[in-house]
Design a protein around this ligand. Structure first.
Ligand code: B12
Ligand code: SF4
Length: 296
């Protein structure tokens, strides 16, 4: 019987930014009781003060299951790398703010014979800068292509590059699970994306480059099913990770009216145009819209 391949999916904290520092040391590294206690206390503070939510990208990847491959999550904001175990491949999600530690980590893992796959916003926009730092690059939204990478790992035929030819069609239902998550580690694990892409072109922002100018929608019944399923495991607040929850007002109005029976609390990002849309604001109000300070 073929041996199961083990994949570690890693979310790495940015060098600067809201996530704070975490150790890249392996679980096996010798540390004093004081430093262990200090790190645990620090992690707890980071977790609570910064509302750590799980990376949706890695939830999506770990939900793409291929028989013969197991996927494990490691969130370096408050976990150490489990280097006391065997891993065949590690997938790291790279945002621009986390490039330096991501490349350092990739080097350390590759020196142990672990195949490293880099993906995420930075890799999709600047693949040339990443090539030397990985065995495999995944360029673009990996919702479907991640399955190919796992199958190639099983077959011993990994390619140096997987490029997503067209943006994934979000109207196809892809179930996102939380089985790889340590639910209690997070402020909430209810992270949901209803649309991708942005019709605007703010010059400081890469969303319209990364996800395209055309807004792609998930089907409303699929989002409702996800909310219902997520609530079974975690009753806390929902984070809608869309870049502009009001980008398509008609869709948003229909969706949030149908979400009313769930009586959830939620957070989302909207453009200031929302202020001029009293009907949409009214739709949001019963669900207790909270507006976090952000770039919009
Ligand atoms: C929620 C969110 C956060 C949350 C959670 C972080 C997270 N990544 O989950 C918090 C608040 C912590 C956060 C913090 C920051 N964020 Co933020 N965040 C977002 C937001 C709104 C949604 C992220 C998300 O879940 N997207 C949905 C998923 C499905 O898309 P995705 O992450 O791109 O993943 C897909 C592909 O990229 C790829 N992929 C991703 N990772 C991997 C890994 C592998 C191995 C593979 C194969 C593929 C792959 O496949 C995925 C599925 O299609 C995005 C905007 C956006 N549109 O993405 C900004 C965004 C990612 N954040 C951004 C920034 C700048 C930051 C901060 C640096 C802000 C700061 N100054 O502190 C920090 C950095 C945090 C860090 N650790 O690096 C930028 C990144 C820009 C860049 N060039 O990298 C974005 C794009 C917004 C923007 N345009 O400014 N963020
Ligand atoms: S509206 Fe928001 S997501 Fe869209 S381009 Fe501007 S800053 Fe980026």
């Amino acid at each position: 019987m073929a041996v199961e391949k083990k994949v570690l999916l890693i979310f790495i904290q940015a060098d600067s930014g809201v996530d704070g520092a975490a150790s890249l040391e392996g679980a096996s590294a010798k540390r004093s009781l004081f430093s262990t206690l200090k790190d645990t206390a620090l992690s707890n503070i980071i977790r609570r003060a910064q509302f750590a939510i799980p990376p949706l990208a890695l939830m999506i990847l770990s939900s793409q299951k291929v028989p013969g491959v197991s996927q494990t999550f490691c969130d370096l904001r408050f976990e150490n790398l489990p280097l006391d175990q065997h891993w065949d491949m590690a997938g790291i999600s790279v945002q621009t703010g986390a490039v330096r530690p991501a490349f350092e980590l990739a080097r350390a893992l590759r020196s142990r014979g672990i195949k490293v796959v880099l993906g995420g916003p930075y890799v999709s926009i600047f693949p040339d800068q990443c090539r030397d730092h990985a065995d495999v690059l995944v360029i673009g939204e990996a919702d479907d292509i991640w399955r190919d990478v796992q199958e190639d790992l099983l077959a011993g035929a990994l390619k140096p590059e997987y490029r997503v030819a067209t943006f994934p069609d979000l109207s196809i239902e892809r179930v996102v699970g939380k089985s790889a998550l340590d639910i209690k580690s997070y402020f909430t694990t209810n992270v949901v994306q209803t649309t991708r892409g942005c019709p605007f072109s703010c010059d400081f922002c890469n969303v319209h480059v990364m996800n395209g100018h055309r807004l792609r929608h998930r089907s409303i019944p699929a989002v409702l099913r996800e909310v219902e399923t997520f609530l079974k495991k975690d009753k806390r607040i929902f984070f809608f990770l869309d870049d502009t929850i009001n980008a398509d007002e008609e869709y948003a109005e229909q969706l949030f009216r149908q979400l009313e029976p769930f009586k959830i609390k939620w957070v989302g990002q909207a453009t200031t145009a929302l202020g001029e849309k009293p009907r949409l604001l009214d739709t949001f109000r019963p669900l207790r819209l909270r507006c976090p300070p952000d770039r919009h």
